[in-house]
Design a protein around this ligand. Structure first.
Ligand code: GAL
Length: 409
């Protein structure tokens, strides 16, 4: 009893004592912000005297945030904590540069080693440390649609890319875009779903272990299929954000979109649609039974001004309470085994069931599969394909980058 009282006093003292600032850096800006805001509100309730700065840099998938982060990290001005994908995005860049603190002590203190899937902890670990705390698990390979529109078009949701391609011209003839696409990174996002559908999970994994070359004939087939799919997309892709592409599915201007399940968060939280009614979903063609995952995480940079406040932030986002506040709004699921699924909508419950039973592979575009050096140069490979329409050139360019950065080593 005495011990309990002492513990209570200590924790009350810690809560009350937390002061100063906390800067949280991410790309969850604007209509992508509600989940983060809910987590920050929770933090503010616990630590009312801490001044939280929600520093966001707009741009889906972190395309702009990563550049700003680089400038700040290299300039000796790290944010207290920043969003980063679990995997090589952090490890290959900031851990190898010795800019991050090892968080193994926090994992032990919080009992997280037993609370998160071992595969996820592996992804967060390297160089004898665990380098960030995951707040979610997103799925990349999802095809979204508007059920009423699909019925009106007289088509079914395709389970293979061949099926999709066979209905493409009939959808176009009805004045509807078969597949809406947005700016460059969303095109890479589409590519990874096409690649997974064409290659299957074993060959997808073989790419990242270095056992399958990027210019293997199987990859030529991927680029050729990608080219056929592109012919069924909108002409103004370069000017659309991922949200604007999603909007076209919701309005019925487009039949399908391939996007990660932050689109479910956007459609349910921001647009107020009910999963299964306002929007439908399926594994992207050819990937049923495979869950292409990615995870957003936050770390502890070395040399920050507000280390204690940051540790409390990490404790919150790693906790089941924090994750069950954040993820129902975000469209993702909680890494924690203790997550309360009754707090999630029908889409997320389905994703959680798939996460448990599916074959899990990592996303390229969202940092899980390959070194950041490969991922960031993949935008150029895509440009090469778009300008040349030549599968061989794209495949060779990808292989050249893979050899240069040492994919699989
Ligand atoms: C991903 C990120 C998601 C979501 C998405 C769109 O890279 O992991 O949480 O923010 O970008 O911006």
């Amino acid at each position: 009893m005495k011990r309990l009282l002492a513990l209570l006093l200590v924790s009350l003292f810690t809560l009350a004592a937390a002061q100063g600032q906390l800067e949280i850096f991410s790309w969850w800006a604007g209509d992508e912000g509600p989940a983060l805001q809910a987590l920050i509100d929770q933090y503010q309730g616990m630590y009312p005297d801490v001044e939280v700065e929600n520093a966001t840099v707009t741009g889906g998938s972190g395309v702009n945030a990563r550049a700003v982060l680089k400038t700040r990290m290299l300039g000796g001005d790290p944010p207290d904590s920043f969003q980063v994908h679990a995997g090589q995005e952090l490890i290959g860049t900031w851990v190898v540069a010795d800019r991050m603190e090892d968080l193994t002590f926090l994992y032990k203190e919080q009992g997280w080693l037993e609370k998160y899937p071992a595969g996820l902890i592996d992804l967060l670990s390297a160089e004898d440390g665990i380098w960030s705390v995951p707040v979610n698990i997103h799925r990349s390979n999802v095809m979204w649609y508007n059920p009423a529109k699909i019925a009106e078009l007289g088509i079914s949701v395709p389970t293979t890319w061949d099926e999709f391609l066979s209905s493409c011209s009939s959808v176009q003839a009805q004045g509807v875009t078969p597949l809406v696409m947005g700016e460059n990174w969303t095109q890479q996002h589409l590519w990874e779903s096409v690649a997974l559908g064409v290659l299957g999970p074993d060959d997808w994994d073989a790419l990242w272990s270095g056992d399958l070359a990027f210019n293997d004939p199987k990859l030529i087939k991927v680029w050729d299929t990608f080219g056929e799919v592109l012919a069924c997309t909108n002409d103004d892709a370069a000017g659309l954000s991922w949200q604007q592409a999603t909007d076209r599915v919701v309005s019925g201007e487009a039949a399908f979109n391939i996007m990660g399940d932050w689109a479910a968060g956007y459609m349910s939280t921001t647009l107020g649609l009910t999963p299964g009614e306002g929007f439908g979903w399926a594994a992207s063609p050819g990937t049923e039974g495979v869950f292409m995952m990615l995870s957003d995480s936050f770390g502890l940079p070395k040399g920050i001004a507000n280390r204690d406040n940051t540790l409390n932030w990490l404790r919150l986002l790693g906790s089941v309470e924090g994750q069950d506040i954040f993820n129902p709004l975000k469209g993702s699921i909680a890494p924690s085994f203790d997550s309360d699924l009754s707090r999630y909508n029908a889409y997320s419950q389905a994703a959680a069931a798939d996460w448990k039973t599916n074959r899990v592979v990592g996303s390229l575009v969202h940092g899980a599969a390959a070194k950041e050096a490969f991922m960031s140069q993949f935008a150029t490979v895509l440009e090469i394909y778009l300008s040349s329409n030549n599968a061989g050139s794209a495949a060779n360019a990808a292989q050249a980058i893979a050899s240069q950065v040492g994919v699989g080593q």
